[in-house]
Design a binder for this molecule. Structure first.
Ligand code: FE2
Length: 328
C-alpha cells in the first residue's frame, strides 16, 4: 500500500478576494488585494503582496539559501540545512527588546510545502515574481489564475560548468532566452577552443557575458560552474534585491557590469554598518556576520562566489574561522 509522505499543508477555503489563508505552526499567512498579513502569538505584520511574493519566490527556489533570508526587517527564515526556522522579529533589535519576537523550527520539506502552496495560490497570472518590475504585470487585485510557468522555474545548477556536454545548456533565442533590453550591446560570440592533440572534446568554454545577457530573471544567483565547494553563482540584477540576505559565511561579489548600491547591516540587530557602491570591476567580500540588500538602477551583471562547504557555519560560530576572509 502506498504511503502518502507529502507534508500536509494547512489552508482554508478562499476568502472573498479569492485567496486561501495558510497556517504553519502558530503562524498564519493571509492576503487581500494589496497586502499580505502575517500573524504569530505575540504580534502581526503587514507587507505589500508584490514584495512578499518576490521574497517568497526566492526562498522557495533557493531551498532557503545560505543562512538567513529576511523578507524584510521583521519576518524571514534561517536555514539549518535539514530544518528551517521561521521567525518574526528575531533579527530586529526592537522586537527582541520588547520580547515580541517569535521563532518556530520546521523540517525543511514541511515549510517548503507550505511556502510553495502560498506562492502557487497567491501569484496571479499577470505576475512573475522573478522578473524586474518593468518586465512583469501586477501582483495586485483579486485572485486571477496562476503563473506556474514562472513560479516553477527550474534553477540552473551546473554540476561542472554551463556548456559542458550533459550539463546545463547555453542560452539562445531557440531556448526561449532572448537578449535582455539592457544588454543589447553585449557581444554574443563564443570563445574558440584550440585543444592540444589528444585533448579534443575535453576542453569547454562559454561566453559568460552572453549567457547573462540572456537571463530572464533578476536577483537569482544560479550555479554556472562548480569546483568542489567553490560555486560561481552569477546573476543579473535590476530594481531591489527582494530579500535582505543574512550571511552564515563570507560571500564574494564581483561587479561584472553597471552599478549596484548595497545597504549592509548587522545580521542580528539590523543596525546600519555600511553603504557600498559597486562599479564594474569592483570586488567585495561580504563578511559572515552581516546582512545585505542591493539596489540596481539598471540591469547589472554580478558574480556571486559562494563556498558551499557545510562545515563553514559551524567553524565560524565556534570561532575557528574569522568573519572576514582578509584583514588589512
Ligand atoms: Fe547574499
Amino acid at each position: 500500500m502506498a504511503v502518502d509522505t507529502m507534508p500536509k499543508v494547512q489552508a482554508t477555503e478562499p476568502n472573498p478576494q479569492g485567496y486561501r489563508t495558510f497556517s504553519l505552526g502558530e503562524f498564519t499567512f493571509s492576503r487581500d488585494e494589496y497586502f499580505v498579513h502575517i500573524k504569530w502569538p505575540t504580534g502581526r505584520h503587514v507587507m505589500s503582496a508584490d514584495a512578499f511574493l518576490r521574497a517568497l519566490q526566492r526562498d522557495v527556489a533557493w531551498g532557503f539559501f545560505y543562512g538567513i533570508v529576511n523578507f524584510d526587517g521583521v519576518v524571514g527564515t534561517v536555514n539549518h540545512y535539514g530544518t528551517v526556522d521561521l521567525f518574526a522579529g528575531r533579527y530586529n533589535d526592537s522586537y527582541r527588546k520588547a520580547e515580541l519576537d517569535h521563532v518556530e523550527n520546521f523540517p525543511s520539506d514541511v515549510i517548503l510545502a507550505t511556502f510553495k502552496g502560498i506562492l502557487d495560490d497567491w501569484t496571479n497570472a499577470s505576475f512573475d515574481p522573478f522578473a524586474s518590475p518593468h518586465e512583469t504585470g501586477s501582483a495586485f487585485g483579486p485572485k486571477q489564475g496562476d503563473n506556474r510557468k514562472a513560479t516553477g522555474r527550474r534553477r540552473v545548477t551546473a554540476q561542472r560548468m554551463v556548456g559542458v556536454p550533459g550539463d546545463e545548456a547555453l542560452r539562445s533565442d531557440a531556448t526561449g532566452h532572448p537578449i535582455n533590453r539592457h544588454f543589447t550591446d553585449v557581444p554574443q560570440d563564443e570563445p574558440q577552443i584550440i585543444a592540444e592533440p589528444g585533448f579534443e572534446g575535453q576542453v569547454c568554454s562559454f561566453n559568460l557575458f552572453a549567457y547573462l545577457s540572456r537571463s530572464d530573471v533578476t536577483w537569482n544567483p544560479s550555479v554556472v560552474s562548480a569546483c568542489k565547494a567553490s560555486l560561481y553563482c552569477p546573476t543579473t540584477e535590476e530594481y531591489i534585491l527582494p530579500v535582505i540576505h543574512g550571511n552564515d559565511r563570507v560571500e564574494w561579489f564581483v561587479q561584472l557590469s553597471d552599478e549596484i548600491f548595497w545597504s549592509v547591516e548587522d545580521r542580528d540587530t539590523g543596525a546600519v554598518r555600511a553603504k557600498v557602491v559597486m562599479k564594474p570591476g569592483d570586488v567585495a567580500a561580504m563578511p559572515a556576520d552581516i546582512r545585505h540588500q542591493g539596489y540596481s538602477p539598471k540591469r547589472a551583471m554580478l558574480l556571486v562566489w559562494e563556498n558551499a562547504s557545510p562545515d563553514i557555519p559551524g567553524l565560524i560560530a565556534s570561532g575557528k574561522l574569522p568573519n572576514t576572509p582578509v584583514s588589512f
